[in-house]
Design a protein around this ligand. Sequence first.
Ligand SMILES: Cc1cc2nc3c(=O)[nH]c(=O)nc-3n(C[C@H](O)[C@H](O)[C@H](O)COP(=O)(O)OP(=O)(O)OC[C@H]3O[C@@H](n4cnc5c(N)ncnc54)[C@H](O)[C@@H]3O)c2cc1C
Length: 456
Amino acid sequence: MSSQKGRNIRIGIIGGGVAGLSAAYELADASNAQVHIFENEPSIGGLAAGFKGRANWDWPLEKFYHHLFTNDDEIIQLTKTIGAGDLLQIHRPTTVIHYQGKNYPLDSPRHLLLFPHLSLPQKLRMGFVLAYLKYHPRPPWRAFDRLLADEWLARRIGHTAYRKLWQPLLEGKFGPHFQDVNLAWFWARIYKRTPRLGYYRGGFQAFVDKLGETGRQRGVTIETNTPVHSVMPLPTGGFAVACRKENPALEQFDVVLSTVSPGLMQRLAPELPDGYLSQLASLRHMGAVVMTVALDRPLLTNTYWVNVPKAEGLPFLVLVEHTNMIDPAHYGGDHLLYLGDYLAPSHRYFSMSKDELLMEFLPALSRFNKAFRPDWVTGAWLHRAPYAQPIPTRGYADAIPDLRTPLPGLYFASMSQVYPWDRGTNYAVEIGRRAAKLIAEDYRQLDVQSWPANEG
Ligand SMILES: Cc1cc2nc3c(=O)[nH]c(=O)nc-3n(C[C@H](O)[C@H](O)[C@H](O)COP(=O)(O)OP(=O)(O)OC[C@H]3O[C@@H](n4cnc5c(N)ncnc54)[C@H](O)[C@@H]3O)c2cc1C
């Protein structure tokens, strides 16, 4: 493409989240690539970033609850490659569903059989359907892309069992869009879920920082506090990237990879052809609101994760007691809870103050522990993300924009394109690497030494 052989190829990456950092790490393997990451926030990590709530915490806690599944091979492999394998620890915490005021573990066939609110035939039928989805040797997920999860599950599992257990969870995650979600996404959730979970010593921030540091050692420049405002194609080839709030700057790149939301991508690169812009515009998503609460004692007994169906009438969808998986000693003895929900970015939770939300959330905690009193609370932190969960509708496979945009040299890799998998750090690594490989294919003069793409 536009760069001449022999000179350095300048690659600009918008976003220092896991996808941008993974792509940068791969691209920096080429000795003639100059890779520059622009990150809007003061620190790297994006949705997986942590915050240090108090000085006596050993390490930062994720703003949004995070763990890995033990089959998250892409991120586990990268963790080892960058020399952070010793940080990853595997846990087997308890996950439950909150149903009619009580918590029931449902993460194994035995637990499903013990669930008292369904008859034995209903449980067996549900068990068979879930086993079909989880263990099918060649899952027809492409056909699932054309089916709606709501309709299919109600028919196969049976209306009563579906309405009791699965519809509330879909509804919680996708709100008014739950009936539009396709079966491929649901299949991928069941297929990938593992009861054992991974977590980094030092939090996900430790992994992110190590990835950033390893990239820097390979020559990657990471500029934080540097929002990109526009990406304009140049008549001579390459792009002008306008960035920074103060002292605005214009920098030139041969290649640009953007890892931001589809909505922001439309605004950054309005010169993209209409067809691609309308593909970006057609992608829908939910936002996330997550309150972290510190208590002076545990709320739950040995339970890490509680799914809270909307029908329970509580003000949040999920309650995660992080310190029932990770020792509270790492957080100065704080017992840390997340109270979270997926909501449209126009929802009132996005404009309420932390104290207003706390007033709304705290009374619900006595549903999980009758002894709970508000004076157990010693701290609270609120985080919100307007782009947190893509909504995979029917026929989504055809709606996904290509990573190669129609403007040669401009690439786009976001959470909305990791389908059928549910978004996650594993897939941020995967899509970052995939974008890097495409760039290497298109710019053959990049002298990449070790990529699998160039070996084959
Ligand atoms: C509530 C919640 C729970 C989750 N739980 C898990 C979990 O348990 N396990 C798991 O693996 N994953 C989980 N995830 C998903 C995971 O965090 C994401 O899939 C992953 O971090 C996405 O990485 P990314 O790089 O694609 O995007 P992002 O992390 O969104 O990175 C994009 C980056 O671009 C930056 N940016 C935005 N605009 C600009 C601009 N104009 N200029 C420059 N930079 C800009 C942002 O600041 C950000 O750093 C969760 C997410 C949420 C919201």
